[in-house]
Every structure is written in C-alpha cells, then in structure tokens.
Ligand binder design. Sequence first.
Ligand code: NAP
Length: 274
Amino acid sequence: MKTVKLNNNLEMPIVGLGTWLSKPKDVYNAVLIALKNGYRHIDTAMIYNNEEFIGKAIKDSGVKREDIFITTKLWNTDQGYEKTLKAFDVSLKKLGLEYIDLYLIHWFKGYDKAVESYKAMEEIYKNGKAKAIGVSNYNIHHLMNILNNCEITPMVNQVETHVTLQNHFLHQFCKDNNIQLEAYAPLMSFRIPQLLENKVMIEVAKKYDRTVPQIAIRWLIERGIVVIPKSVTESRIIANYNVFDFSLDEDDMQAIRKVNTGRKIFTEYDNVDY
Ligand SMILES: NC(=O)c1ccc[n+]([C@@H]2O[C@H](COP(=O)([O-])OP(=O)(O)OC[C@H]3O[C@@H](n4cnc5c(N)ncnc54)[C@H](OP(=O)(O)O)[C@@H]3O)[C@@H](O)[C@H]2O)c1
C-alpha cells in the first residue's frame, strides 16, 4: 500500500474509497469490498448520511481499526467553536470509533467561522481524537487565513481535482506549506462521461492497456496527490485500486497536462450558499 507522509508524520494511503451519494446498503458493501481488495482508506462526511454504515462495515471487515485511515468532515451548519466540538462527537459516535484519522472543515463559510472551527479542531487534535486535521474546498486565500490565525498548519486540503481541473498553482502552494493536496471527483464525478470520452485519455489508456479511470487515478498518484475515487460497483472498486503496477512516462504526463481547461464541476469555493 502506497502512502504519503503528512506534516505530522502520519502516513495516509494515497488511494481511498469515496462515498458521497453511496446509499446505506451500497456503502456497507462497497467498504467491505474495498477493504477485502487492499484499500485502507475511506472518505466520508457528516452530510453524506452514511457514517454509521461505514462504521459497521469497518467492524465487520475483520481489518484492524489501526490499519484503516478514516476521514470525515465538519458540515457547514456545524461551524463555530462549540458546534464543531459537538459535531465531531456525533460523527465519532455514528462511526462507532474511538478516533478519526483525519477531520476536515468541509467548505469555507467565512473567515471568522473558519478560524473558530479550526481552533476547535486543534483542540480535538491535541486530545488525540483526530490524528490529523485539515480543510476542504480551500483556495490559497482561505488557507492563508488559517496559516495566519491558527497554530497548526492543516495537514490536508481536499479539493476538486481531475484532468480538466489540474490545480497546479494550488498544488505548488500546498507543497511549499507542507499541506497535502487530496483530489475529490478524480473521475469527474457526475460528469464522468466527459472523462471516458476524452480522446487524449483514451489514447493513453490504450498505450498502457488500462482503462481511462485507471489512467486518471494514476496521473494524480504520479503528482503525489491523494485520490479518493467513489464507486459502489465491485468491479470498479477493484479496478480503481489496481493502479500500482505501472507508471506513466513523462510524455504522457505532459499530454494529459494539456487536457486541463480549468473549469470546475462543483460550486466555486467563495460562493457556497448551503
Ligand atoms: N470535500 C468535498 O466537498 C467533496 C465533494 C465531492 C466529493 N468528495 C469526495 O470525493 C469522492 C469522489 O468524488 P465523486 O464521488 O464526486 O466522484 P468520482 O469519484 O470522480 O466519480 C464517481 C462516479 O464514477 C463512477 N465510477 C467510479 N469508478 C468507475 C470506473 N472505473 N468506471 C466507470 N465509472 C466509474 C461511479 O459510479 P458507481 O458508484 O455507480 O460505480 C460514480 O458515478 C466522493 O465520493 C467523496 O468521498 C468530496
């Protein structure tokens, strides 16, 4: 299992299972299949309404708790110091765990709210209830707010990243500040047909005798970005993890770089109205 080292030396598996929109029964099976096939990293969030089913699958899997890396996230309406502490306990209880590996602020909801929430997360981290803390959907100015006003540098920034939204400048900023970039929607989410039909991606996939999703995932791994493809389909869960026995050469990395359009699929981070 390939991992990256976070700024506090915690090892984070570079590929994890995404679970947004994975319904209770589906997510339970998906987590069991993933753990059986080598995954050791699961990404969820309070708002996905599936934490308890993921917790149950983890228990039933027979894999040791300490061998699994679990991320969950603080929802927007729970931001603020006291509310964050409470929301964290609710997630912990739903997951049925003693600690979370990574707790993230889900979205930016204002500079002051971010600092208040993050300070509560620092307390949770210091108490050992979260092994790492970080943010999601943060651009450089959002990160600067935390870096300037809080004590602990976020370990992770989870943002929309895929072949048409490559985030080279944000990635460089994160590297310069010891923040691990993590890619959500690595397969372009509900726009996956656009990925599967992309001519450059199809050509590269043919060359390596792989699928387009495998190339899209491998391309992020080559860049040192953590990646969390979501699937509830057994064959896809297995295929998406089968990306460690080949690597992309520099010409193909450059060819895929040209696929970038810079266009987002999800809400622009300063305009979250939920
Ligand atoms: N922090 C945030 O704000 C945020 C936002 C969005 C997502 N996320 C996280 O990131 C994870 C991934 O993002 P995402 O779920 O939006 O999108 P994604 O992983 O880019 O794509 C998921 C879609 O691709 C399909 N799929 C997966 N593997 C495939 C394969 N090998 N071949 C063909 N189709 C395949 C899935 O279908 P099936 O499931 O039917 O197989 C599903 O429709 C989420 O699940 C969540 O954990 C975080």
